[in-house]
Write a protein that binds this ligand. Structure first.
Ligand code: GLN
Length: 541
């Protein structure tokens, strides 16, 4: 029997609903349950694929090629359960489905309305694609009181009735702020938020209260009294110093026990040994490395969320703290700012789109290559490294990418055809922005004897993609003659997936996004190896 946990947020946004959902998923898993986590986003974009990282943070990509909300990254990192297309939906997608049905005449002439048609579509999404999960956790994006959230709240209210108390739980995350002038934690915003929720017919079963200090017992009793709950169902969620401490911290407050109690189940206590070990490692590492991340959206760390986590995982694997220096690549394009790279132990150029700042990335790749500093190029970072090698090693001075316009030597260009398994996939530069990407998991064959073959310890791997352009296979021979090795190719040999520079301390460019599959308990081998190389480099200077 699948039980559903609906997670809403109130008072302010950015309280960490995604992390709380992920942590609860991990706690239930640690008690032996099978979980799935889902995110329902009330905005009207059909998916976050076309949204700027400045607006929405990173776009997280699933194996099955969906461009989703970054919270799905938290879910995967905390539970290890690979997300699917069916785990993220937006109001935009729900409305498109309803409107397409209306055009087809599926509503048989009826008036199409938010209730029941939109709410039915939301409920259908929530219940779809579930096999034998014990718990499905559904996080509703936004904050209670947003106009856009209403159909979603109405849908979960209805679903709560249909499922019954023993199969549905409403969890509400709020803020209990400290007011310095009063010298008190204030419960009123939480009371108002719950009132708002009650106004749409939802009585929360558990409140998770974010706070920066202990909530005194009388304040907790007050919240319980005004919000119609037992005091034990008011859980304090204290700030913690690393996100990986959240499961342990919430467990110590009786969170998962309260969830189980609601459903009338008494599973054995969870084994949180792994989480304790991860937290220990993060808190007291032995070594330290500094890595420059040379990108475009560096002012908003959420745009590189999975990347920052994957680097931290590489640190966990090597028992080292990874200090990140986020650098906007544009600064390298004038003056002698490149000096800033003198003091780092590794350089990483992450994914990106558009021409601005690209020459700075090429300069960073050149610096790493010439100075023998570990270099990790991811997607755009691989493309820039190949352009750099073409220009400065292979004597192709006009090497560029067609992403920035027509080009004499398109070392990176738009590919229009390739094989996925046995199926021929096609793209055209006339397709709209949402439709031209290579998205999701693709296999890659590794060259025996190469660095990446050693790192992965495998002949064939699968990694997630999100890009429109590819390194042009027609330049392979000239680039290899100049010293770059194409050590990973698509199984049909048409798409370069990995390049490396033999003889360099550590120089790897990958067309895919390995950061999306890294987890605290299973750091991605490329990140583990990159941080190891950076550590070795730090001992040299
Ligand atoms: N802009 C490049 C492309 O579309 C790289 C994309 C990325 O780094 N994710 O191919």
């Amino acid at each position: 029997m699948t039980r559903f946990i609906f997670i809403t947020g109130g008072v302010v946004s950015s309280l960490g609903k995604g992390l709380s959902a992920a942590a609860l998923g991990a706690l239930l898993q640690a008690r032996g349950f099978k979980v799935r986590l889902r995110k329902l986003d009330p905005y009207l974009n059909v998916d976050p694929g076309t949204m700027s990282p400045y607006q929405h943070g990173e776009v997280y990509v699933t194996d099955d090629g969906a461009e989703t909300d970054l919270d799905l990254g938290h879910y995967e990192r905390f539970t290890g359960v690979a997300s699917r297309r069916s785990d993220n939906v937006t109001a935009g997608r729900i409305y498109s489905t309803v409107l397409a049905k209306e055009r087809r005449g599926d509503y048989l002439g009826g008036t199409v309305q938010v209730i029941p048609h939109v709410t039915d579509a939301i409920k259908e999404f929530i219940r779809a694609d579930i096999v034998d999960e014990d718990f499905v956790l559904c996080e509703i994006g936004g904050t209670v009181g947003d106009i856009e959230s209403l159909p979603f709240l109405e849908a979960i209210r209805q679903l709560g009735n249909e499922l019954g108390r023993e199969r549905a739980l409403f969890l509400h995350l709020t803020l209990v702020p400290w007011i310095p002038s009063a010298g008190e934690l204030k419960t009123k915003p939480t009371q108002h938020s719950v009132k708002e929720l009650l106004g749409v017919g939802i009585q929360p079963d558990i409140l998770l209260c974010r706070c920066d200090r202990e909530i005194p017992p009388d304040a907790r009793r007050k919240i319980a009294l005004f919000c119609n709950l037992r005091p034990e169902a008011v859980i304090q969620a204290l700030d913690v110093d690393t996100i990986y401490q959240v499961p342990v911290a919430y467990h110590s407050q009786g969170f998962d026990r309260e969830v189980c109690r609601h459903f009338g189940i008494e599973p054995p206590a969870p084994d949180l040994g792994g989480w304790h070990r991860v937290v220990e490692r993060v808190r007291a590492p032995e070594g330290e490395v500094s890595i420059a991340v040379v990108g475009k959206y560096t002012s908003l760390p959420d745009s590189y969320k999975s990347l920052a986590e994957a680097l931290a995982h590489g640190g966990i694997a090597n028992n080292a703290r990874v200090k990140l220096d986020w650098i906007d690549s544009e600064i390298f394009e004038s003056g002698d700012a490149i000096q800033r790279l003198e003091n780092v132990n590794g350089i990483l150029v992450p994914g990106g789109f558009g021409e601005r700042g690209t020459e700075g990335k090429v300069m960073a790749a050149r610096f790493a290559r010439e100075r023998n500093v570990p270099y990790f190029g991811i997607c755009f970072g691989m493309q820039m490294a190949v352009i750099e090698a073409a220009r400065n090693l292979a004597d192709i001075p006009n090497a560029g990418s067609t992403e920035f316009g027509a080009n004499a030597d398109p070392v990176v260009g738009l590919m229009t055809e390739w094989m996925r398994g046995n199926v021929l996939e096609r793209r055209s530069d006339a397709s709209d922005l949402g439709g031209t990407m290579r998205l999701g998991a693709y296999d890659c064959v590794l060259q025996p004897g190469s660095l990446v073959h050693k790192i992965y310890g495998a002949d064939r791997i699968s990694e997630r993609h999100r890009h429109r352009y590819e390194v042009n296979i027609h330049y392979k021979d000239r680039l290899e003659a100049a010293g770059l090795l194409f050590s990973g190719l698509s199984p049909d040999g048409v798409l370069p997936e990995i390049v490396e520079l033999p003889g360099h301390r550590w120089f790897v460019g990958v067309q895919f996004h390995p950061e999306l599959k890294s987890r605290p308990f299973e750091p991605h081998p490329l990140f583990t190896s990159f941080i190891e190389a950076a550590l070795a480099q730090s001992r040299l200077v």
